[in-house]
Design a protein around this ligand. Structure first.
Ligand SMILES: Cc1cc2nc3c(=O)[nH]c(=O)nc-3n(C[C@H](O)[C@H](O)[C@H](O)COP(=O)(O)O)c2cc1C
Length: 349
């Protein structure tokens, strides 16, 4: 008798079925209506190819991006180390958290320098705020920034553009040139050393005109960081509310709740693909995309090359330990492969 036959004829297994049938009832409200389920068309595939975005000679081996998070605090070192190891193990792309502390000195350099851990094949993007890029360019510190990027051995840089988050902070940054001009200048600088440029929000996404403007600029990568998951305006509003310092200014919280969902942004991108003559940038669908099933659904509806990204779910596991992180990624990627084999995403409407 084979191992599998032995397992399936085990009498205690049958007893479990009888005992648990009561608990295993589902209601119609739980039905996931994003997909058609087609069990008859394919068999299981052990080595299903899920290769994803390419940057030069590097390719992600799975369509999952670790969205920008930490750096520059005591806790960041071990978290980033775990994230770098997971990126290497599973072939994920990796965004560093804001690298601003590196322009002040080398104290935190090793927390951000993940190349030795991640190996040569992982795609890594550094991360700066639009205000910092504007400031460094204005102060003529562009070359200094490039030197840091070279030492970091990254493949590209994300600029986060987050005016709402900044407004919610008492000490928040301001910028006065159009971000589009700053991004265009920075793109030229990055191209001079062969690095890619990406642009992202931090949890509220962006509207069709901003997407179109980025399209016209021909940036290499757009990460949605859409509304629906971690929301940094809300986070800053909570920080301010908890602060014991006397508040000079009360901020109503209405601006926490504006923005665009990932689903809506996929729709806008698909329109641009149809209407624009320019090549489509690579897309990372993120912001509340906390399951590979949702990632699969949105990617199947996206009409260009993309991956899906998560921040908060990675943080939860990376803070625990590497085994928990590996089990999480493995589970999500296995689920993605099952979806690819047995589900058909219904069209976005
Ligand atoms: C702890 C934490 C730190 C973050 N730090 C940054 C950052 O430094 N730069 C940035 O562009 N986005 C940052 N983000 C935003 C994420 O990259 C992402 O856009 C956002 O959290 C939405 O994804 P999620 O819903 O999967 O968490 C951070 C998110 C978290 C949870």
């Amino acid at each position: 008798m084979s191992e599998s036959d032995r397992h399936h004829s085990n009498p205690s297994r049958k007893t479990h079925h009888l005992e648990m049938a009561e608990k295993a009832q589902v209601g119609m409200a739980q039905l996931n209506e994003l997909f058609d389920y087609e069990p008859l068309l394919r068999g299981f595939e052990e080595n299903l190819n899920i290769d994803s975005l390419e940057f030069g000679d590097k390719k992600m081996r799975a369509p999952l991006w670790i969205s920008s998070m930490t750096g520059g605090t005591g806790k960041a070192g071990p978290i980033n180390k775990n994230l770098a190891l997971a990126a290497k193990e599973f072939g994920l792309g990796l965004g560093l958290g804001s690298c601003r502390p590196l322009m002040a000195g080398d104290e935190f350099f090793k927390d951000f320098h993940l190349r030795p851990l991640a190996g040569d094949d992982v795609i890594i993007f550094a991360n700066f705020g639009i205000a910092q890029i504007e400031q460094y360019l204005e102060e003529g510190r562009g070359q200094e920034l490039l030197e840091i990027l070279k030492r970091l051995e990254v493949n590209g840089v994300f600029i986060h553009v987050n005016p709402l988050q900044e407004w919610f902070q008492s000490e928040g940054d301001r910028w006065f040139r159009s971000p589009l001009e700053v991004i265009a200048d920075f793109k030229e600088l990055l191209q001079s050393i062969g690095l890619f440029i990406g642009v992202k929000e931090v949890g509220q996404g962006m509207g069709p005109q901003s997407l179109q403007a980025l399209w016209e600029l021909e940036v290499d990568l757009i990460e949605f960081a859409a509304f629906g998951g971690t929301n940094f305006s809300k986070l800053e509003a909570l920080r301010e509310a908890n602060s014991s310092e006397l508040k000079e200014r009360m901020r109503p919280d209405g601006l926490c709740f504006v923005g665009h969902s990932a689903k809506e942004m996929v729709r806008h991108v698909n329109c641009l693909i149809k209407e624009s003559k320019r090549p489509a940038p690579r897309i990372i669908i993120s912001g509340g995309v906390h399951s590979s099933l949702v990632g699969f659904y949105l990617l199947e509806n996206l009409r260009t090359a993309g991956a899906f990204g998560m921040a908060k779910p990675f943080l939860e596991h990376a803070t625990k330990d590497i085994d928990s992180l590996y089990a999480f990624v493995e589970g999500e990627l296995d689920q993605y492969k099952m979806a690819k084999t047995f589900l058909k995403a219904r069209p976005l409407n």
